[in-house]
Design a protein around this ligand. Structure first.
Ligand code: FMN
Length: 184
């Protein structure tokens, strides 16, 4: 048996694990409650089903968006590209409790068709969603969303989306690899 060589690996703090597995892209979640629209940055989300598309996401109950999502049970997942990087970070570092983030950060709210929350015009894709399962909200702030209407800007070919690596560091998507795969 070959003896494995000692590697130069370092132990990684468990608090940093999310940086390796964090799904992308970073999105802007819009909600509307009591006539007020809001937007927050979100990177903790995951696909759960192809069709109807189901998406799981964590929205902290410390965020203003939490109440809107929990009460109204609907939202829009807006997918920005690198052009919106500054606004993405700003929306993740300010609360809608005291600020109109659309006006403050130059985002245009456009009415959605199926939900009260607005689309963001500057984002290349917008997914109108309804909360279909709140069983894990009390324990994990985890909402299961069903995408009921999806919009895409056909002019954007390969979207240069942002992928969070923690502490204000982002990877920017760009290259496309086409490989034979059984995955959809
Ligand atoms: C890159 C990035 C990713 C974030 N991801 C999440 C997330 O997945 N879930 C969450 O609850 N907050 C996340 N946040 C924090 C919220 O965006 C932030 O607390 C925001 O101020 C909440 O706004 P609100 O109070 O108007 O809802 C993220 C922030 C940044 C900058």
């Amino acid at each position: 048996m070959r003896r494995a060589r000692p590697t130069a690996r370092k132990s990684l703090s468990l608090s940093r694990v999310y940086r390796l597995l964090e799904p992308g892209p970073v999105v802007l979640l819009t909600t509307a409650n009591q006539g007020r629209a809001n937007v927050m940055t979100m990177s903790w989300h995951t696909m759960l089903e192809f069709e109807p598309p189901l998406v799981g996401c964590v929205v902290s109950n410390r965020n203003f968006s939490f109440e809107a999502l929990n009460v109204r049970k609907e939202c829009v997942i807006n997918i920005p590209t690198v052009k919106l990087a500054e606004a993405v970070v700003k929306c993740g570092n300010a609360s809608g409790r005291r600020k109109d983030k659309f006006a403050a950060f130059g985002l245009t709210a456009v009415p959605a068709t199926q939900v009260a929350a607005p689309l963001i015009a500057e984002c290349y894709a917008n997914l109108e969603c309804q909360v279909v399962d709140a069983a894990l909200v009390a324990r994990y702030n985890f909402f299961v969303l069903e995408v009921v209407k999806a919009w895409i800007d056909p002019k954007v070919g390969v979207p240069r989306t942002l992928h969070h690596r923690g502490r204000g560091e982002f990877m920017v998507a760009g290259r496309t690899l086409r490989l034979t795969s059984r995955a959809k």
